[in-house]
Design a protein around this ligand. Structure first.
Ligand code: SAM
Length: 288
């Protein structure tokens, strides 16, 4: 426990899939003026340097955000990818791309005055960095940061007062129990707030818990008569290598626009980020 630091993975292909999806969810939910409450159950440090510290050691951004930006400079891209890239670029200067915003910063930048953001982080070092980073934002007053286990605390925030909510669930799955905790948290969350939009990220790994995750989420969604959307992005197929080659998002109560949005962007991500012929995407959905 507590060996995971998201800085190692900042700007990776997995962050791209997650954050591209997240930006669209927020933009859709903000089409109505009513206040939106966003919960980020696994926040990390908030924002990362790509040129020093952990990210400069792992260099995962080389195959992720740097590669996508290079592709976008000379190829057509979707409006969705453009919107996502604009948010990343906004944290950087015109001539240097050295910063990657994590989900807390991406979400904070999108807040309207009526919206609220709730961040959970359990790591003793990450929580201090996160609090400091958030305190520097002009949106800080709209943001609550909790040093707590989000799996047990999420239900306490649901339903949000405005009844309009988005929950990003992005565990590290460092602890195998996270898969079980996720299921229990989703069961409780849907009992309390069935109409919320829930976006769950997961790594595509050969371990059974990971392979079973989409099926288990489909079962929970069916029990609660909820619609879902399931997507995966694979950038390579090199079974002997241990690095993460694919990840997925499972969305419960997705906006009707999400499938079209991803159908436009995923083929571009495969082209831009694909490392070998095994690069591919998956996209399917069910309407309750
Ligand atoms: N969502 C972030 C982003 O997209 O930028 C990345 C988050 S990272 C994958 C997962 C984080 O969750 C780690 O910083 C870890 O310390 C934290 N964490 C792990 N278990 C947790 C729990 N039960 N409650 C809250 N945070 C937890």
């Amino acid at each position: 426990m507590f060996s995971y630091r998201h800085a190692f993975h900042a700007g990776s292909h997995a962050d791209i899939l997650k954050h591209l999806t997240l930006v669209h969810l927020v933009e859709y939910l903000q089409e109505k003026p009513g206040a939106l409450t966003i919960v980020d159950t696994h926040a990390g440090a908030g924002i990362y340097s790509l040129i020093d510290g952990f990210a400069s050691v792992s260099k995962e951004a080389d195959g992720g955000i740097y590669r996508l930006m290079e592709y976008a400079a000379s190829n057509p891209i979707s409006e969705g990818i453009q919107n996502y890239l604009s948010l990343i670029q906004a944290e950087n200067t015109a001539d240097e791309m050295s910063i990657y915003p994590g989900s807390p910063f991406i979400l904070a930048r999108l807040l309207r005055p009526q919206d609220r953001l709730k961040l959970f982080e359990l790591h003793p070092k990450e929580i201090d960095i996160l609090r400091h980073n958030i305190s520097e934002l002009k949106q800080a007053k709209q943001i609550d940061v909790y040093a707590a286990d989000s799996f047990s605390r999420l239900k306490g925030l649901l339903p949000p007062p405005s009844r309009r909510g988005l929950v990003l669930i992005d565990p590290s799955y460092e602890d195998k129990q996270d898969y079980r905790y996720l299921e229990a948290a989703m069961e409780e969350a849907l009992q309390r707030f069935a109409t919320g939009c829930y976006a769950i990220w997961y790594p595509v790994l050969s371990r059974r818990e990971s392979a079973d995750l989409p099926g288990r989420m489909k079962k929970i969604a069916a029990l609660h008569k909820r619609s879902w959307l399931h997507t995966e992005l694979r950038v390579e197929n090199a079974p002997k290598e241990r690095r993460l080659q694919a990840s997925g998002m499972f969305i419960i109560n997705p906006p009707w626009t999400l499938e079209k949005h991803l159908a436009e962007s995923l083929p571009i991500l495969v082209k831009a980020l694909g490392q070998d012929v095994g690069a591919q995407y998956l996209l399917n959905s069910f309407e309750a």
